[in-house]
Write a protein that binds this ligand. Sequence first.
Ligand SMILES: [Zn+2]
Length: 231
Amino acid sequence: MILTPHDRLFVLTGAGISAESGLATFRGSGGLWNGYRVDQVATPEAWHADPELVWRFYSMRRRDALAAQPNAAHLALAKIEHKLANNFYLCTQNVDDLHERAGSLRVHHMHGSVFQSRCVQCRVPFPDQGVYETAAELPMCPECGEAVRPHIVWFGEIPLDMDGIYRELEQATRLLVVGTSGSVYPAAGFVHVASQRGIHTVYVGPEEPSNADAFDEIILGPATTVLPGLL
Ligand SMILES: [Zn+2]
């Protein structure tokens, strides 16, 4: 993909790029955690029924994310951002911080961040690397005493700042999608929005996404191999 100084690149990354750093995707076959499907522990209903279970799941994800390292694909995106500066925007479906640790600055976590929590009442997200694995350890808000939950967009909740995302997408000249299944909306629809506006669209990942037909270009292969040569 040849980028000129007039290009604006919108990048969408999904679980595949983190999977290449060894982080579990929890989707598709075998996507179980302790015998639970992820949609049984990542919903507002699960939180109301059993906050301890939900916090055990996210505590494990915090440990896993802390132990993982950014890979060559994360680094390639940070490098291209360094060149494009404000003509670069990275929207990720991932909740880990591997993009930031690779050096990316313009990162929007549309599904929230595993290293942030928020009070259910005050609703202001704050940095949190704590692990809470028993009922006695569950965090409470120091301001109001209400429960503190992971700052994660659960199944059935609305992704963060969709207005900002579409504003960025509409200004882009190129859309690069990396490691998404192409089945999780609204992100799976970004390629359609881009195509309607004549934005060139490229997909990179080891397998065809389910919305493959919508892309101008599909490059099959691990992102760690493809991206360093592509950007
Ligand atoms: Zn509070």
